[in-house]
Design a protein around this ligand. Structure first.
Ligand SMILES: [Cu+2]
Length: 302
């Protein structure tokens, strides 16, 4: 009952601070020191937990260092202070054991609730398979609203302009690269973003085909290791359309710093149009491929 109250207060406080700061942080900012509150319900919960733990630590720091400074100033030797000789005090020891236990429980309780919620991928309306490679990502759309998606998948890698600029001795200016909204997107832009519908629960199944990578978009509030031979799952539900950027978060080799992630969240109707167009294009490709492989072998050969 008591913890529920604490959690509700922390949640309300977190939601208020998220509203105040969320919009300004759609892109990473220079000197952005704090965690972002992100663009999903879970990312805001994670941010709330982070701030709750932060302020608990600040409170403990103030009390502990305050008591230390008062003791050092008021009871210093030059003022004639003489050290006490007792070594145990059961009441005091009980207090300094029980209080930290209560603090830890009050932090662990909401954190566990959020963790449980974050791992529950059930009830998703869509599945995307993410495969990591040195040094790019592959996205395959598996199903949408209970129906399998027909062969929609693509590789997403550092865009060609970024790739040209990053070459040693290219002589090109990294600051000349800007996204449509004026953001300096050097090393943060890809050729094909992962297109997702806003307001839809999306399940990700994440793996890798060579070494361990990690798929990380800070605005979504989690990162997930992509491990060869293992399929990890995660989910997200992005509130608002927008561009959300991330990077590989597990040192995976020479070009680890050059495999960014861009998620493009679009309104649901726009996403459905996009998906239908992708499916149609893939069907045409498939038909052309079948026609090519079915060309009859000329008589008298083979
Ligand atoms: Cu990687």
């Amino acid at each position: 009952m008591k913890f529920g109250g604490i959690w509700r207060k922390a949640g309300a406080w977190a939601a208020a601070s998220a509203l105040a700061s969320g919009a300004a942080w759609a892109n990473p900012q220079p000197w952005q020191l704090n965690l972002t509150s992100g663009v999903t319900d879970t990312s805001r919960q994670v941010y709330g937990l982070h701030m709750l733990a932060f302020w608990v630590c600040v409170g403990i720091g103030v009390v502990v260092f305050g008591a230390m400074i008062v003791a050092m100033v008021r009871f210093r030797k030059s003022k004639g202070a003489v050290a006490e000789t007792w070594s145990h005090n059961t009441k005091l020891e009980l207090v300094w054991t029980v209080i930290p236990v209560l603090i830890l429980i009050s932090l662990a309780w909401p954190a566990t609730r959020t963790m449980i919620r974050m791992t529950d991928t059930s009830g998703a309306d869509m599945t995307v398979k993410i495969t990591a490679y040195q040094w790019k990502w592959r996205y395959d759309y598996v199903d949408y609203q209970g129906k399998p998606v027909n062969r929609v998948g693509f590789i997403s890698k550092l865009d060609s302009e970024n790739d040209r600029v990053r070459q040693l001795g290219s002589g090109l200016d990294p600051w000349s690269l800007k996204s449509a909204d004026g953001f300096d997107d050097y090393l943060l832009n890809v050729d094909h973003p992962l297109v997702l519908p806003a307001g839809v629960k999306v399940r990700f199944v994440i793996t890798a085909d060579d070494v361990i990578h990690a798929w990380w978009v800070p605005q979504l509030g989690w990162k997930q290791d992509a491990i060869p031979g293992i399929v990890n799952s995660q989910w997200t539900q992005i509130d608002e359309p927008g561009i959300y950027r991330g990077q590989c978060a597990e040192l995976c080799g020479q070009d680890h710093g050059f495999m960014p992630i861009v998620v493009k969240a679009v309104p649901k109707a726009e996403f459905e149009q996009w998906l239908t167009a992708q499916e149609a294009a893939s069907a045409v490709d498939q038909a052309a491929h079948t026609a090519q492989t079915n060309v009859p072998t000329p008589a008298g050969r083979g």
